[in-house]
Design a protein around this ligand. Structure first.
Ligand code: CA
Length: 232
């Protein structure tokens, strides 16, 4: 049982979401504005937030940024179909995953369960106990403290960016398939049109100071996946 907050201004959608979440055995309640959501997130005690991007008082992406300022709670963004620009912006602003409206209760359940599984998984703790450090060229990845440095400079990575990098760093040189990578980081299967992995990879790449066209550490293997290696 988890505590879920639904942030949605449409009363019908709000009621359906709360009903679906309660049906899954979660404690769920709803608010209709970003301001109310921020107040609740700041208080804490939430396990997951389902956030509508079209809220009356604040742009959804702005709301997400502010939410991230006060909480690390997993956020599932609910967005209108075809709104790819919003999806990319919301992932960049700290959303963990997104779901396209209209969605079925089954689909919602799958996404929520994957997020909850992931946020409660012991992998971060296991990493801490192993205290592994991977060094590739000038890139140093501390799997225990989740700190990354390049040329001695600390890199600020988001949770997903770190998880991506860490999964690749545990098997340097190996081409890791998109499916495996996605499953490892998001805890669920990906779909052909899912841009989540590409968005996070491009941001990770930018932080590593490289581009897809001129990679040093993070190499794209077209149609297959990604590979992390030391330069040269
Ligand atoms: Ca709305």
């Amino acid at each position: 049982m988890s505590r879920a907050l639904v942030v949605e201004d449409d009363p019908a959608v709000q009621a359906a979401l709360v009903h679906a979440l309660r049906g899954l055995g979660h404690v769920a309640h709803a608010v209709g504005t970003a301001a109310a959501a921020l107040r609740e997130a700041a208080v804490g005690g939430l396990d997951i937030v389902v956030l509508d991007l079209g809220l009356p008082d604040l742009d959804g992406v702005a709301a997400l940024r502010m939410l991230r300022g006060v909480s690390n709670v997993p956020v599932l963004v609910a967005t209108a179909r075809g709104d790819e620009e919003s999806v990319v912006r919301s992932l960049n602003a700290g959303a963990d995953d997104y779901i396209v409206k209209p969605f079925s209760g089954t689909h919602l359940a799958a996404r929520i369960n994957a997020l909850l599984r992931r946020s409660k998984s012991p992998s971060a703790q296991e990493d801490a106990e192993r205290e592994d450090v991977v060094e590739l060229g000038a890139l140093r990845i501390d799997l225990g403290t989740r700190q990354v440095a390049l040329d001695g400079e600390a890199l600020e990575l988001s949770r997903r960016e770190f998880d991506l990098l860490a999964h690749l760093a545990r098997q340097p040189g190996r081409v890791v398939g998109r499916r495996e990578l996605f499953q490892a980081v998001w805890g669920r299967a990906t779909t052909a049109d899912d841009r989540t992995l590409d968005v996070h990879t491009s941001w990770l790449r930018r932080k590593l100071g490289e581009t897809a066209a001129a990679p040093r550490y993070l190499h794209t293997v077209r149609g297959v996946g990604y590979r992390l290696t030391a330069p040269g």
